[in-house]
Design a protein around this ligand. Structure first.
Ligand code: RIB
Ligand code: CA
Length: 314
């Protein structure tokens, strides 16, 4: 099987963690490195969480910490959703592999340079690191094969009425990425709000009966707790959609769209404005995921945790 080289960049974060559990279980992916962004929590916390997730799932690849704050403006964090640690809930192992000395932008630049083929970037947090990479090393654009990102929303926001969290944390970064000309698959709220894992699905995952499935069930239970309090019937596992779209595009529907990122406005900053009626006469710059087969998405998550064996891991 030809494996796809990928770099995971995220701000774990419960749904980032589940996205990485999925990515690590897939034989078609060759994870070259992991980098962390500030978003759900501070960079120090998301990086510590990344190390713990990687220890849990046995992902022994380089981990590099990205930028501490957005390209402009101050950092927004989300303790109300992911807790003070950024990954509240079940106990996790301590990181095993030491953090790379280099910052993520320098380290990922080197990984891209050394890769014999273009690499897919899978971003599940603010796009700060990806934008910084494009600014620092535009010569490496030809080594980025595709960007799969969770962020934005054509029909809705979640942190403000207009803006989704990842984009709102660093709208300028998102604007740089969306203008890059690189192939982008956007998993926005239009699809991720329907990527719901219901309580009965959580039990299916827990019953797989290994350490990873138990932890994922606990992460989902915590994540669902916040969403249940605001009226959701299940946990929207936003970030796992970005990975699932890479490995199982048949589970989704896509719409080629020209999307602009709003950088100004008291109410609209961070909005991803999709030109679905082609009013701007601009070519599409993203493939926007608009629909999914929810039950089959959940099946994918059950299959992913089953990858980690039937016996509790030592
Ligand atoms: O809006 C959802 C996104 O913001 C997800 O990536 C979640 O992890 C948070 O980063
Ligand atoms: Ca995230």
């Amino acid at each position: 099987m030809k494996r796809i080289p990928v770099i995971l960049d995220g701000d774990p974060g419960h749904d980032d963690a589940i996205a990485w559990v999925l990515a690590n279980s897939r034989p078609e992916l060759n994870i070259l490195a992991v980098s962390t962004a500030a978003g759900n929590q501070t960079l120090a916390k998301t990086t510590y969480n990344a190390g713990r997730i990687m220890a849990l799932i046995g992902l022994d690849v380089p981990l590099a910490a990205g930028r501490r704050k957005p390209l402009f403006g101050e950092l927004i964090v989300a303790p109300s959703v992911h807790g003070v640690s950024g990954l509240d809930g079940p106990a996790l192992p301590e990181p095993v592999r030491p953090l790379e000395d280099e910052d993520a932008v320098s380290f990922v630049s080197r990984v891209l340079e050394e890769s014999p083929e273009p690499v897919a970037l899978v971003s599940t947090g603010p796009l700060t690191n990806t934008a910084a990479l494009l600014l620092l090393r535009p010569d490496l654009k030809n080594k980025i094969g595709h960007i799969y990102m969770m962020g934005g929303g054509i029909t809705k926001g979640n942190w403000t009425p207009a803006a989704e969290f990842n984009i709102l944390v660093d709208p300028e970064a998102a604007d740089i990425v969306f203008r890059s000309g690189l192939p982008i698959t956007m998993a926005g709220l239009d699809v991720t709000e329907n990527a719901l894992v219901y309580p009965e699905d959580i039990e299916r995952i827990r019953c797989v009966g290994n350490e990873v499935s138990r932890v994922v069930a606990e992460w989902l239970t915590f994540f669902y707790g916040f969403h249940q309090r605001i009226g959701y019937a299940g946990a929207p596992v936003h970030d796992a959609v970005a990975v699932a779209a890479l490995v199982r595009p048949d589970l989704f529907t896509f719409e080629a769209m020209h999307v602009e990122v709003e950088l100004c406005g008291d109410y609209a900053r961070g909005a991803t404005v999709g030109d679905r009626l082609h009013i701007l006469k601009q070519p599409p710059n993203v493939s926007c995921i608009m629909g999914l087969y929810r039950e089959r998405f959940v099946d994918l998550l059950v299959e992913a945790v089953a990858f980690y064996g039937k016996e509790p891991r030592a």
